[in-house]
Design a protein around this ligand. Sequence first.
Ligand code: IPE
Ligand code: IPE
Ligand code: MG
Length: 248
Amino acid sequence: MCNGIMSEKTRPFPTHVGIIMDGNGRWAKAHGVPRVMGHNAGMQAMKKIVIASSNMGIKYLTVYAFSTENWKRSTEEVSGIFNLIVKYVNSELEELDENNVHINIFGEYDMLPKASIDAIDKMVGRLADNDGLVFNIALNYGGRDEILKSVKAIAEKCKSGELNPAELTEDDISAYLYSGSTKFNVPDPDLIIRTSGEERMSNFLTWQAAYSELMFTDTLWPDFSPEEYAEMINAYANRDRRFGGRKE
Ligand code: IPE
Ligand code: IPE
Ligand code: MG
């Protein structure tokens, strides 16, 4: 058996994993229960994956919890999802803190119900000084919306003379994304996993995913286990990432 340092050297390990947690609705349908119960089951799955990420030594985890497009769903479903946030915070905050987890929210959440905003603020504040797993929750998040916000912020800086349009770089755009404006500068995701058999990005980390490895599984999100997750992390080691270059 290799020791930790050896295995890290010989087996490429993802620094940042993104997950599109999809299939809660189909899980609910298959079990003959309301959609919101599917979301509740999805939250239980997420709890386990967060702790598994921390235990495996993944540094950054970003989950897609609610997209800018998910507002198209019924009020009942949307408010059901937001109520789950409060439930998650109440049941998990202690364990997250014990695991040294730090939380960022990618997305504007000021239009959520007050109880959800308060729960999020409490959680983010309580875990602010932690420096273990950086757990990013994409909430009311859209990749294009995020890029647009970055471009607007940069345009303002150009107008005031702080930035010169001719000298803008890709790093400038990255710096104004949610991922670039947090305490721990979140690098681009190495691996993005999507459950439920859908094979699309649905507006997730549009800028950051330019060179991410993608993995898809038919498993519905509530059934996604730490074991399947670990298999995917292992499979990542066999991917050949070339970034447009050539191996000699
Ligand atoms: C993912 O599950 C959770 C959210 C989008 C909030 P879905 O609710 O999209 O589940 P399906 O795709 O309908 O099965
Ligand atoms: C993507 O799933 C958003 C989240 C997982 C939060 P959707 O179920 O909303 O995506 P589409 O509509 O199938 O592309
Ligand atoms: Mg879906």
